[in-house]
Design a protein around this ligand. Structure first.
Ligand SMILES: Nc1ncnc2c1ncn2[C@@H]1O[C@H](COP(=O)(O)OP(=O)(O)OP(=O)(O)O)[C@@H](O)[C@H]1O
Ligand SMILES: [Mg+2]
Length: 238
């Protein structure tokens, strides 16, 4: 079995007195596409922020590449290849598409490789090529999501964390984004996908976890979860 890139044990995260994550265990192995689904306020984003060092854990541990991330800042983890596309995307609105993509590669020195990768992003996302000199802030929500993913990929991550990439997008755009996630995954990228769109997420995921009120309540392969009557009733509206 592939080794664990991320291993979370007993993770607890609180905001002041409010416990948002109440002791969860999960792992993401090399090459896997794992999804974390759950409704509003379940603690998914809080978990992602703890993984990336943006929030400190109150208890438990997170191992990345076999080492505890305790005491490591976001910056250390980004340099080690743990890269998140946050909820709401966070593109640089006053920079062009191309400049945003270049920013994703700012830790890299291989100029030729960077140029090649920008070309690859334009093949993956033709829309970005059409608009490469446009300011990112004037792009549609879906286009900004593509750009945010493209920028993250430009850093050549080891693990890509996506926090609700489908949020606020039209069905066609959502489909396109999921297609790209699946494609990136099939090329070998390890992906942790947080989603409220449980059906689409489970359809492309190797494995899934359900999060409810700060706890993980179900887990299994993507397919077994799609078939699970409890998941179907609570998350697939069936
Ligand atoms: N900065 C904060 N201060 C206080 N409470 C917070 C803060 N951020 C989140 N919370 C609370 O923690 C809980 C978990 O929030 P979180 O953002 O992790 O949920 P989520 O699963 O990502 O939900 P959504 O699907 O709506 O994005 C919620 O009850 C939320 O109100
Ligand atoms: Mg969230």
């Amino acid at each position: 079995m592939a080794s664990s890139l991320l291993k979370v044990t007993g993770l607890q995260v609180a905001y002041g007195g409010i416990q948002a994550v109440k002791g969860i265990d999960f792992e993401v192995r090399e090459g896997e596409l794992v999804t974390l689904i759950g409704s509003n306020g379940a603690g998914k984003t809080t978990t992602m922020k703890a993984l990336t060092g943006m929030l400190a854990a109150q208890g438990g541990d997170i191992e990345y590449l076999g080492q505890s991330t305790r005491g490591k800042g976001s910056w250390d983890l980004v340099k080690q290849g743990l890269v998140m596309v946050p909820e709401g995307r966070g593109v640089f609105t006053r920079m062009t598409i191309t400049e945003n993509l270049m920013m994703g590669a700012y830790l890299r020195k291989d100029k030729a490789g960077i140029a090649e990768d920008i070309e690859r992003m334009f093949v993956t996302f033709p829309r970005l090529r059409e608009r490469k000199d446009q300011l990112a802030g004037t792009m549609s929500g879906g286009e900004q999501q593509m750009l945010a993913m493209g920028r993250a990929l430009m850093s050549q991550p080891k693990v890509l964390l996506l926090d609700e990439p489908s949020m606020g997008l039209s069905p066609i755009m959502v489909e396109k984004i999921f297609e790209v996630v699946q494609q990136v995954s099939s090329q070998g990228m390890t992906v942790l996908l947080v989603e409220q769109n449980a059906k689409l997420a489970l359809q492309i995921a190797d494995r899934g976890y359900v999060m409810e009120s700060g706890l993980i309540t179900m887990t299994g392969s993507g397919q077994s979860m799609l078939d699970d009557p409890k998941v179907r009733a609570a998350y697939l509206g069936e």
